[in-house]
Design a protein around this ligand. Structure first.
Ligand SMILES: [Zn+2]
Length: 1107
């Protein structure tokens, strides 16, 4: 039927253009309207593709150009054009070409007093304005004036025409030139007055669409800066605020409220953040870079701003690699090719000492090794626990000797004040120890008080007891004394010192109450409307020491803040209202961006009163804080009462774009507010708030020491070495863990030396403290006497670099190292001076490769701020080519599918893990990350990034819960367990151990059997409330709404008497068909026409005709 149908349509269209007698013209229009009104939009699009718009436009021009236009034809023609035109994306251009644009405008001018005709013209003009140039053309011909004249204050007459005029005005304001004209003519102020008038007089809310359309005009006008400024200057914000407050209770006004809120946010004047400079407070002179080379560095970064972890596709980031990796994703040869080594082979010998297990002589195994052989499996399963407990007891009994020399060592060596603990002078000897006593200021140090603070620590421990396993406060303090920070921190944060235990019980994701963001935005807007209510008092400023130690009473009373300790990040705190604070984060050292991580102390609170905290210079476009995530809080008072927990805390949490901008206006940088309420339980407590569970460098160092002391050196080979020094001179530890050989017999040593290597790294991004907790779980499990851990040690040599970016962690960075660069983008060509840790890990991997010991597995632990669950990114040539749409025939390509094994296993055994979130693409934007470089250059098949959410899980047994450190540590353990599956078949060890391990894995299997295997939604659904406001478009009316208005044009009782009479006789229809055909067209005429066409062309003009 296709061919005859199209010719049938052509007949209709040509009769439309040529027809000059009214009746046949009307008949044709009627048939078209009939056809287009039934069925779907497909018919209209088909007609458009056959030149329908042009034919209608020509008919319009022909009819309208006569001296006395025939409105009997014109009116239905205008209506039909509006209906067809709004579905034709090129209607504006076509109308200009047909010279119909200004003609329609002049028709409007001729019919200003003829409501129905005017409405028809307005609809068509609005449709034409879908093209900005057409809108501008109309504006230049004073179209705005003509349209604006038809917009009236509240009325009950000609409502459809008024609405059509407002909608046409909104469409005209898509053009920036028209916006400027509108501003110049004072239309913004007029529109605001009109909105207020309708708001006041439309008390029964019958005309919400008109009110919404007025807001729509203001929205379009405020897409220009002059529009926004004018709206503010004309008191628009106050007007919108007050009218909106009155709408809140009425559900049918929701669309007005949302639109007005977005409009206020959009027009809220931009405000540079209250800092003297956007640059970090922390500056560190870089080797080979003059101090004054600062601006260059900063300037460069402006263009390479990159805002998220390894997983988002950032266009600007991709451009960095354009030159050499442009077609990495599609070019098989590039994917396959192994890049040349970035350094000469002879330089690799320096890494030999990092494989001590290969050269160790295991002398101690000769004596007394009998009875401890691994053949005695029962002792492995049970004995070790005893061993360990004894050692732990021993350690606790005599810790002083182990730490005292080291701390005094540093003090004398450095000749400067270093961390240690001291008692505040004049502290009442036997008074109650209260939370306030442990305010960090009281923990400040001085060498002369050494004995005092030792007794303080002892007293503390005696009274409250250290209850955190694998943590010793004295050891922590001692290791913190060695840690070098840019600001020379001399104070310990209590949670790091005292330790953290995961709380009992689960921590569900926070419920988001409806419109919580709106409530916050209203409070923000009130700052502008009632400036007299705003305190605006700086209560903490890193750069102003006078704000840092005030424990004196202030008026009005305010909280006290502090962040000058390891990992701390809070630059400034401003009291806005009595219980509300704006908090500004410090940029990464040597940098002016990457604000996200925070960790600070707060004290001086009143119990049971809600405080609002706003972190106002966040940079990411969205956050899990919008999806149930809470920050964490640690209360000293609770800790001293035996509950040393970081807890998820905070209510009314939301994350949205605000009106602040950087000091030195980087145009593209927008800031976002993370806001949350905290109600403190105790009066005058000392609390700590953080983005996520902190894990400091000093904590790692003391943890490694404890681990080393906890293992049985005859069974577990544990060696902590320095990979290299960081820029600021902190050692970067590398840990080797494996099983000692059963004896020095050749076969045992041979077995040891042939164990495959597993290389694990973490915390290249300092803000990803979750990665450290996962690593902690890995380390503790590998050092444990768990039989699976034993098997793993016997199967592999673990090479672990638990913190790739110590300097970043120590100085409270979120993303970078001291060189202001993301170290996980340096792997391709790491600079030995600026990125020493990456340079040397890569060198070490090259070394392993050069001695024929390429790692079996490489995994870099990360944290992920936008997704839930834990998952792996790996590297697969096939999946990359396949997903990038490469033409290479992937079917014939051979690839070891082994890269999936670990992920598959983890999906079964690790509750937090989700295989559906995993991804094995080698993206060019990731070409310089650890995972891709280790895969391509070192040739490690199983090279991964493991991402752990900051939030929680949306599948499995942890569904709906936030991750705690227990779950993160468990993940680290499960990762190790999954490695066993790689070796199940090849292991030479006791079958009983293997079956034990298998049972363990299978047991987990059954536990997790119910785990959802359904497709996992990768990204969050759109947030319930708009995070952005710039991109907000108030819901444009769909085609159906315009159709309804067009079709209803004759059913209205507002027009001329005669017409009303006719209408009353007309039939109401609910479809798209108009009811505007004058009654001279009888029902029969349609049939006649149909018959006529049928006989003429022997085609079927029925409803299938266009479908
Ligand atoms: Zn990361």
């Amino acid at each position: 039927m296709a061919a005859p149908s199209s010719s049938g349509l052509e007949v209709l269209l040509s009769s439309l253009q040529n027809g000059d007698d009214t009746e046949s013209m009307l008949n044709t229009l009627n048939v078209l309207d009939e056809l287009l009104s039934a069925g779907t939009d497909r018919r209209i699009h088909y007609m458009i593709s056959k030149g329908g718009s042009e034919a209608l436009l020509m008919a319009l021009v022909n009819t309208a150009r006569t001296i006395n236009p025939n409105y009997t034809i014109l009116l239905p023609l205008l209506h039909l054009l509006a209906k067809v035109g709004q579905r034709d994306c090129r209607i504006g251009v076509k109308a200009e070409k047909a010279e119909a644009v200004l003609l329609t405008l002049s028709l409007l001018r001729q019919n200003m007093n003829h409501a129905r005709r005017a409405a028809a013209c307005l609809w068509l003009l609005r449709v034409f304005c879908s093209s900005v140039t057409t809108a501008t053309l109309l504006g230049r011909n004073r179209g705005l004036d003509a349209v604006f004249k038809l917009i009236y204050p509240h009325t009950t007459k000609h409502l459809r025409t008024v609405k059509a005029a407002i909608d046409a005005l909104a469409a005209l304001l898509c053009s920036k030139a028209n916006c400027k004209t509108a501003v110049a003519k004072g239309y913004i102020s007029d529109l605001l007055k009109l909105y207020e008038d309708w708001h006041i007089n439309d008390a029964s809310h019958e005309h919400v669409p008109i009110r919404r359309s007025l807001l729509h005009c203001l929205h379009h006008a405020s897409n220009t800066s002059v529009g926004r400024t004018t709206l503010v200057a004309e008191g628009g914000i106050a007007l919108l605020y007050h009218t909106t407050q009155m709408c809140l209770a009425t559900k049918s006004l929701e669309c007005l409220v949302e639109s007005a809120v977005q409009l206020m946010r959009k027009c809220y004047p931009k405000c540079p953040i209250a800092l003297t400079s956007d640059q970090s407070v922390h500056r560190f002179p870089l080797p080979g870079r003059p101090d004054d080379g600062w601006d260059d560095v900063l300037g460069l970064q402006d263009d390479s701003f990159e805002d998220d972890s390894d997983d988002d596709n950032m266009e600007n980031e991709e451009s960095d690699y354009k030159d050499y990796e442009d077609d990495l994703e599609t070019d098989l040869n590039k994917l396959r090719a192994r890049p040349e080594s970035d350094r000469p082979l002879e330089q690799l010998a320096q890494y030999m000492h990092l494989c001590p297990e290969l050269h160790h002589d295991f002398q101690d195994l000769d004596s007394g090794s009998e009875g401890e052989g691994s053949s005695d499996e029962d002792s492995l399963l049970n004995g070790n626990f005893e061993d360990k407990r004894q050692r732990e007891r021993h350690f606790r009994a005599g810790p002083k000797s182990s730490h005292s020399p080291s701390s005094s060592d540093t003090c004398s060596k450095a000749g400067e004040e270093k961390q240690s603990l001291t008692l505040k002078e004049g502290h009442p000897e036997e008074s109650q120890l209260k939370a306030q006593d442990f305010h960090s200021h009281n923990l400040s140090c001085s060498r002369t008080k050494q004995s005092d603070h030792c007794s303080m620590v002892d007293r503390l421990l005696e009274k409250y007891g250290a209850c955190v396993p694998h943590h010793d406060p004295r050891l922590y303090a001692a290791s913190a004394a060695h840690t070098k920070s840019i600001a020379n921190y001399s104070i310990l944060a209590f949670p790091d010192f005292w330790g953290h235990l995961p709380p009992r019980g689960q921590e569900p994701m926070a419920n988001r109450r409806p419109h919580v963001q709106r409530k916050k935005v209203f409070e923000d807007i009130k700052r502008l409307l009632c400036p007299e209510d705003i305190i605006n008092k700086v209560v903490f400023d890193l750069e102003d020491p006078s704000t840092q130690c005030s424990s004196t009473e202030t008026h009005p009373p305010s909280l006290r803040f502090f962040s000058k300790f390891e990992c701390g990040n809070l630059r400034k705190a401003i009291q806005v209202r009595s219980h509300e604070y704006d908090l500004i984060l410090n940029a990464d050292a040597n940098c002016f961006q990457h604000h996200q991580w925070f960790y600070f102390e707060v004290s001086g609170m009143v119990a049971n009163a809600p405080y609002r905290f706003n972190i106002i210079n966040c940079e990411k476009g969205n956050s899990q804080f919008n999806y149930g995530m809470q920050p964490v809080l640690y209360s000293v008072r609770e800790a001293l009462e035996g509950r040393p927990h970081w807890m998820r805390t905070g209510s009314e949490i939301c994350y949205y774009r605000n009106h602040f901008c950087p000091r030195r206006g980087q145009k593209r940088t927008n800031f976002y507010t993370l806001t949350f309420m905290v109600t403190f339980r105790h009066e005058e407590d000392v609390c700590y708030l953080a983005y996520h569970y902190p894990y400091a460098y000093s904590a790692l160092q003391s943890h490694l020491q404890l681990l080393e002391q906890s293992v049985n050196p005859r069974k577990v080979f544990f060696r902590k070495q320095n990979l290299c020094s960081t820029l600021s001179g902190n050692p970067c530890p590398l840990v080797t863990i494996t099983a000692c050989p059963t004896s020095r017999a050749w076969k045992h040593l041979h077995q040891l030396r042939n164990r495959p290597c597993v290389v694990l790294t973490a915390r290249v991004h300092p803000g990803e403290s979750n990665a450290s907790w996962v690593m902690k779980g890995t380390l503790e499990f590998l050092c444990s006497s768990d039989p699976v851990a034993e098997s793993l040690r016997e199967a592999y040599i673990f090479k672990i670099i638990p913190m790739l970016n110590p300097d970043g962690v120590i100085n409270g960075n979120h993303r970078c190292s001291l060189n202001g660069q993301d170290l996980n983008r340096q792997w391709m060509k790491p600079d030995p001076n600026l990125s020493p840790t990456i340079y040397h890990v890569k060198g070490f991997l090259y070394y392993l490769n050069s001695i024929g010991r390429t790692p079996l597995v490489f995994c870099d632990y990360h944290g992920h701020s936008r997704k839930k669950n834990v998952f792996l990114y790996g590297c697969s040539m096939k999946e990359t080519l396949w997903q990038s749409g490469s033409v290479v025939d992937t079917a014939s390509l051979k690839e070891d599918p082994g890269y999936r094994t670990i992920a598959k296993t983890l999906d079964r055994i690790a509750p937090a893990f989700s295989f559906n979130s995993c991804n094995f693409l080698v993206e060019k934007s990731r070409a310089s990350t650890a995972r891709v470089v280790v895969w391509r250059e070192i040739g490690v098949l199983r090279s991964y990034t493991m991402e752990s959410t900051y939030n929680g899980c949306d599948q499995g047994i942890y569904k709906g819960l936030q991750m705690g450190t227990r779950e993160l540590e468990e993940m680290g353990m499960k990762f190790c367990q999954s490695l066993l599956t790689l070796r199940r078949s090849t292991m030479l060890y006791s079958s009983r151990l293997i079956s034990h391990a298998s049972n363990l894995l299978d047991l987990d299997d059954s536990l997790l059997d119910h785990k959802s295997q359904n497709c996992f939604e990768d990204d969050e659904p759109p947030c319930v409330e708009e995070i952005e406001f710039a991109s907000y478009t108030c819901q444009d009316q769909g085609g159906d709404e315009l159709d309804t208005e067009v079709n209803g044009n004759t059913s209205s009782a507002e027009d001329e008497e005669e017409e009303r009479e006719k209408e009353e006789k007309g039939q109401r229809r609910s479809d798209r068909k108009s009811r505007l055909f004058p009654h001279l067209v009888h029902a029969e005429s349609l049939e006649t026409l149909t018959m006529k066409k049928n006989t003429c062309n022997s085609i079927d003009i029925t409803n299938e005709y266009l479908s």
